[in-house]
Design a protein around this ligand. Structure first.
Ligand SMILES: Nc1ncnc2c1ncn2[C@@H]1O[C@H](COP(=O)(O)OP(=O)(O)OP(=O)(O)O)[C@@H](O)[C@H]1O
Length: 207
């Protein structure tokens, strides 16, 4: 469970004001909103990367006080976070160790079709290639809480199909997934619930 209780986020302007919502394991949640409405900020708050007021509990533990230490949620915001001098294989090995993954690296590389470039430096990848690497890090994560910012960014249609298949498998295994995307993304078909950020609130959208 991820539970936001009376959460407010504010920069120069308010982003969220006194929002309470609960996300359950084994379900997929979508988050939409206008550009700049605060979608990424909500995910960053859940991942404890920014300050907020109120309480955010992940799996029952209180994370009101941002603390370093074990990162319970899996959040890799976007492919610009990669060090372009490293290779996909460097990251796959690192995440496999960090999350004590039992998934074979070979399987992940093959699922996302990264065989041809897995040992090349990330700086030479296209946007879609970097995004497949980013998604493959989620596939290695053993976290029950997958928080994703625009996961289909840069993917071609075949890769979107792979992503949808993978996401459904993760859901069936009991994971809780929250992702943001833009209004017309077909991945919202997979969601158990979609919320829209409007007027600093999270409003449930009729699907
Ligand atoms: N670290 C920060 N300091 C100050 N303002 C910030 C910071 N991060 C985000 N903002 C502001 O908060 C607002 C929400 O930004 P955020 O990136 O969460 O929106 P978003 O809904 O994800 O946008 P987009 O759809 O364009 O990706 C924006 O006005 C942005 O300028």
């Amino acid at each position: 469970m991820i539970q936001l209780s009376d959460v407010s986020i504010q920069f120069e302007e308010p982003i969220l004001t006194n929002v309470s919502v609960t996300f359950q394991e084994g379900k997929i949640y979508g988050l939409v909103g206008a550009n700049g409405s605060g979608k990424s900020s909500v995910l960053r708050a859940i991942a404890r990367l920014i300050k907020y007021e109120g309480k955010i509990e992940v799996g029952g533990s209180n994370v009101t006080q941002a603390q370093s230490g074990f990162q319970k949620v899996m959040y890799f915001e976007h492919s610009e976070w990669f060090d372009y001098n490293l290779t996909a294989m460097d990251y796959l090995k690192l995440y496999s160790k960090l999350w004590k993954s039992e998934v074979e690296l070979k399987e992940v590389v093959s699922y996302w079709g990264m065989e041809d470039y897995v040992n090349r430096k990330i700086g030479k990848y296209s946007l879609g290639m970097r995004q497949k690497l980013l998604l493959s890090l989620y596939a290695l994560s053993t976290s029950r809480y997958l928080i994703m910012d625009e996961p289909t960014n840069g993917l071609d249609k075949d890769a979107v199909i792979l992503f949808k298949q993978w996401l459904e498998k993760e859901k069936v295994s009991g994971k809780l997934i929250v992702f943001t995307s833009h209004y017309h993304d077909t991945i919202f078909e997979l969601c158990d619930a979609v919320y829209e950020i409007e007027n600093h609130q999270l409003n449930l959208v009729d699907q």
